[in-house]
Design a protein around this ligand. Structure first.
Ligand code: ATP
Length: 248
C-alpha cells in the first residue's frame, strides 16, 4: 500500500465546491462547499448513502460537470473556470474515467477501443503503446475481441487500459465493480491497486461495497452533500461500521 501523509500533494483538490440542481421547489443543493484532495499515487474511495452526491462530486472533480461555485484544481488548472474547449483538452489528455457500465464501443475490438483516446488526440497511434496498456491489464491475448466476446470483468479491464494509454494524471472510477460478480470485482480492485502501487498513478473511485473500499488507502464519507468523515488504511469491517452510523 502506498504511504499516505497529510503533506502528500493532491492530484486534484476541490475547494468549497457547491452544486445544485433545479427541483420542484427551487434549486436543490447536492454538494455543499465540499473541500477535499485526492492524494497523488494513492487510491481514494468515496462512499455514502444513495443520493448523497458521490457521482456529482466525481463528475465535478473530473470536469464532466460544472460546480456552481468553488474551485477544482488539477495541478494548477482550475477546471471550474475552464470553458468547454479547455475541458475537452483536459479530459482527453490529463484525466481518465472508468464507468460502471464500461462504455466500450461495441463495434470496435479491444485494441481499437484502447487506441481511441490516442486517435482522438490526433497524431499517429503507436501499436506498442496500445499493446502495453492491454498487457498492463492482462489482456494482450484478447486484443482482437469485441466487447461482446469478453466477460464483464474483461470489458472493465479494457476500459481501464483505455484510460491508462493516455497517461492521465488521475483516473476516476464510478462504481467500477458495480456491474460485476464478487470474483471479477475483486480482480478489478486488485488491478486498480496495481495501477497505483506498480504504475505510480492516482485513482479516485465511488463505491457502495465495503470490500472494494477496503482496497483503498483512504475512504472519504459523504452525507447530504458534505464530507462527514475519513478513514485511512480502511478494513471492510471498519468501513461497514462507519456506514451503519449514517444509515441508521
Ligand atoms: N442532472 C441532474 N439533474 C437533477 N438532479 C440531479 C442530477 N444529477 C443528480 N441529481 C440529483 O442529485 C442528488 C445526488 O445525486 P448523485 O448521483 O450525485 O448521488 P450518489 O450519491 O452518487 O447516488 P447513488 O449512490 O444512488 O448513485 C440526487 O438527489 C439526484 O437525484
Amino acid at each position: 500500500m502506498s504511504l499516505l501523509t497529510d503533506i502528500q500533494l493532491p492530484a486534484v483538490q476541490l475547494a468549497a465546491v457547491s452544486k445544485s440542481y433545479p427541483g420542484a421547489a427551487g434549486r436543490v443543493p447536492v454538494l455543499r462547499e465540499v473541500s477535499l484532495g485526492f492524494p497523488q499515487q494513492a487510491l481514494t474511495a468515496v462512499m455514502g448513502p444513495s443520493g448523497s452526491g458521490k457521482t456529482t462530486l466525481l463528475n465535478c472533480a473530473a470536469g464532466l460537470d460544472k460546480p456552481d461555485s468553488g474551485k477544482v484544481l488539477l495541478g494548477d488548472t482550475d477546471l471550474a473556470a475552464c470553458d468547454e474547449r479547455e475541458l475537452t483538452a483536459v479530459r482527453r489528455g490529463r484525466i481518465g474515467f472508468v464507468f460502471q457500465q464500461f462504455n466500450l464501443l461495441p463495434m470496435l475490438s479491444a485494441y481499437e477501443n484502447v487506441a481511441l483516446p490516442l486517435r482522438l488526440r490526433g497524431g499517429r497511434v503507436k501499436r506498442d503503446r496500445v499493446m502495453e496498456a492491454l498487457r498492463e491489464v492482462g489482456l494482450e491475448d484478447k486484443a482482437d475481441r469485441r466487447p461482446a466476446q469478453l466477460s464483464g470483468g474483461q470489458q472493465q479491464r479494457v476500459a481501464i487500459a483505455r484510460t491508462l494509454v493516455a497517461e492521465p494524471e488521475i483516473v476516476f472510477a464510478d462504481e467500477p465493480t458495480g456491474s460485476l460478480d464478487r470474483r471479477s470485482g475483486r480482480q478489478i480492485m486488485e488491478l486498480l491497486r496495481a495501477v497505483v502501487d506498480r504504475g505510480g498513478r492516482t485513482v479516485a473511485m465511488v463505491t457502495h461495497d465495503p470490500a472494494a473500499a477496503a482496497c483503498a488507502d483512504r475512504v472519504v464519507f459523504l452525507s447530504d452533500g458534505k464530507v462527514v468523515g475519513r478513514l485511512d488504511h480502511p478494513t471492510a469491517d471498519a468501513v461497514a461500521r462507519r456506514l451503519s452510523l449514517w444509515e441508521r
